[in-house]
Design a binder for this molecule. Structure first.
Ligand SMILES: [Zn+2]
Length: 114
């Protein structure tokens, strides 16, 4: 993968992480989310758009995935399937920048867990 592609994805992951952190902070803030709902909605919208799916309440799990992707970028392992070691297609990474597995491996795992 080209350096500038990785740099672009890294930027997206960092802003995604910031948005997720914001939502977690708001949710955990004493007094609930009073007054911050609009901002949370905006952040949620961005996260949903970035991730291509509606986020559950599982913000911390999502945060972990984003952080792991960033760690892989630092270690220069980014873009490779953690299962088979093949490069994950750019198209997939564009949709899911923190993807851990290539499409065939992901499908295999999903069909197994079903
Ligand atoms: Zn794979």
């Amino acid at each position: 993968m080209k350096t500038e592609q990785v740099a672009k994805i890294k930027k997206r992951l960092i802003s995604l992480r910031d948005e997720i952190l914001k939502v977690i902070e708001w949710r955990d803030a004493p007094g609930g989310t009073n007054g911050a709902m609009d901002e949370i909605d905006q952040a949620n919208e961005l996260i949903e758009k970035e991730m291509g799916f509606v986020m559950s309440n599982n913000m911390r799990a999502n945060l972990k995935e984003v952080e792991e992707a960033l760690a892989r970028i630092e270690k220069k392992h980014y873009g490779k399937c953690l299962h088979c070691g093949e490069e994950i297609s750019l198209k997939r990474l564009d949709v899911l920048p923190f993807a851990r597995y290539c499409v065939p491996c992901q499908e295999k795992m999903e069909s197994r867990s079903r």
